[in-house]
Write a new protein. Structure first.
Length: 103
């Protein structure tokens, strides 16, 4: 007899992941860690969408998450390229030291 995990557990895990990502973005100065924190927040939202999709018995949420993951993969590639370009130009990935946009 299979047991099911309540929706509340998935939502609590998603909230913990999202808050961890927010704390990472706010407190860290390393561009790569900030980028990973943003990806963590995106995955928390994906977990919420899949949880509600399974709870409601509708596959539309799961399909939407598939497209979000495809966009996130492209975002990761572009973001990593930007971070590498910044590192080559300034020899650092700390956002406090990156002032390229200043005159």
């Amino acid at each position: 007899m299979p047991t099911t995990i309540p929706l509340d557990y998935y939502l609590a895990l998603s909230a913990i992941l999202f808050v961890t990502g927010v704390v990472g973005v706010i407190t860290r100065r390393n561009a790569i860690i900030i980028f990973m924190s943003i990806e963590l927040m995106l995955n928390a939202v994906n977990l919420t969408m899949v949880s509600f999709s399974a709870f409601l018995g509708d596959i539309a949420g799961q399909m939407f998450v598939f497209f979000i993951m495809a966009v996130a993969a492209a975002e990761a590639a572009v973001g990593l390229a930007i971070v590498l370009a910044l590192f080559r130009k300034r020899q650092t990935v700390y956002v406090d030291e990156l002032n390229i946009m200043k005159w």
